[in-house]
Design a protein around this ligand. Structure first.
Ligand code: BT5
Length: 250
């Protein structure tokens, strides 16, 4: 087990607005790669595309890792996929649960989301990525706002068991170190193979709302070798999805 976690944690706050925001400031002031910023709750936890991440106190894990990865800018979008895979492995090992992955960055149990990933590059010179992870561990469902209760879950809500936040954090960091290192060695395809085994969208009819607000409906074919999701519509046109929102067709 990783015993050096305390050396890696450069900030641990009972509450902050967003660990990613704090990590950006600390990264700009030069903290080394692998530094971790941890909070017991967030008042302005952020998701992608301006969305928010509910971060009730004491029951979830909210942390950000500063990365100065040996990757090209083109490869940075792989970090979200690799991080999702690494967190899955940690949860499988520590809790015996089998999370699914929803492209690009959702961690699911029985089709409900218990974890999300927000990877932000903050530099134009050499990549500096703030990798933010939010996981609902021991959170009872009634701590989520009403609008989330039918689509969010926690490890506790799913299994009826509570888990040590520190133990899970330690293994998440372990697994992130391992798999990000493999990514930097140019072995993305090995990770992608494991990712695909956990892909909850493949073979499903989904709708994709692209960033221009256009809706595409079709069959999810899974990510290609670069991690880009492919969707085949009813005219047999294959769309390459780089970003945007995905929903299972109701
Ligand atoms: C994400 O965005 O899933 C990325 C979440 C990253 C959160 C971490 S916490 C530590 C670090 N510091 C930050 O400020 N952020 C990172 P996205 O795919 O855009 O999903 C956001 C959507 O997930 C929301 O619009 C809600 O529908 C849903 N959601 C919000 N909070 C949730 C929660 N606690 N559990 C499950 N779903 C949630």
């Amino acid at each position: 087990m990783y015993t050096d976690l305390d050396k890696r944690v450069v900030a641990h706050l009972p509450q902050t607005k967003s660990t990613n925001d704090l990590a950006i400031r600390l990264a700009e002031s030069g903290v080394p790669t692998g530094s971790i910023i941890l909070a017991d709750s967030q008042t302005g936890g952020r998701g992608r595309l301006g969305r928010s991440w509910e971060s009730p106190p004491g029951t979830g894990l909210y942390f950000s890792m500063v990365l100065r990865p040996h990757l090209s800018f083109d490869e940075l979008s792989r970090i979200s996929l690799v991080a999702g895979y690494a967190i899955c492995i940690a949860i499988e090992r520590q809790c015996g649960l089998k999370p699914g992955l929803k492209w690009p960055n959702d961690l699911l149990l029985e089709n409900k989301k218990f974890g999300g990933i927000l990877a932000e590059n903050i530099s134009l010179v050499e990549p500096v990525v703030i990798l933010g992870i939010g996981l609902n561990l021991n959170t009872p469902l009634d701590e989520f706002p009403q609008f989330l209760r039918d689509k969010a879950t926690s490890l506790y809500a799913n299994s009826g068991q509570t888990y040590s936040r520190r133990r899970i954090l330690v293994d998440c960091v372990n697994q992130l170190d391992i798999w990000l290192n493999i990514l930097e060695q140019g072995r993305f395809l090995e990770i992608l193979a494991g990712w695909k085994e956990r892909d909850v969208l493949k073979g499903q009819e989904i709708t994709w709302l692209n960033l221009a607000g256009k809706k595409v409906t079709g069959l999810a074919l899974g990510p290609d070798d670069n991690g880009v999701l492919h969707i085949r519509d009813s005219n047999n046109v294959v769309h390459e999805v780089l970003s945007g929102d995905l929903h299972l067709k109701q």
